[in-house]
Design a protein around this ligand. Structure first.
Ligand SMILES: [Zn+2]
Length: 101
């Protein structure tokens, strides 16, 4: 699995955790999160760095629209800690990547 695919998978899983916790959706995603997911996947597909992509937090481009960027930060903050337990491998990849910038 390449970097972009891994990020897509990680993001979708985080969104799923976030939606269940915050929007109380039991399975799948609410309409708002579904849109967010779509948007994020498109952004990743269009990421000009491709395999060289830095962690989004450290990226200079900030390709998200401002309001969605705020939303994405919230999702990471809320779902981030849960990733360690639910998807340890993905979470580790994410953490390792953040560490080396
Ligand atoms: Zn939701």
């Amino acid at each position: 699995m390449n970097r972009i695919e891994t990020e897509k998978l990680t993001f979708s899983k985080m969104l799923r955790i976030y939606c269940r916790k915050v929007h109380k959706i039991q399975s799948g995603l609410c309409i708002k999160c579904e849109k967010m997911n779509e948007y994020a996947l498109i952004r990743l597909d269009k990421c000009p760095f491709g395999e060289e992509k830095p962690n989004c937090k450290h990226c200079k481009i900030h390709c998200y629209k401002p309001d969605l960027r705020v939303e994405a930060k919230r999702i990471m903050r809320i779902a981030g800690p849960h990733m360690i337990y639910r998807h340890p491998v993905l979470a580790m990849k994410h953490i390792l990547k953040s560490g080396k910038r």
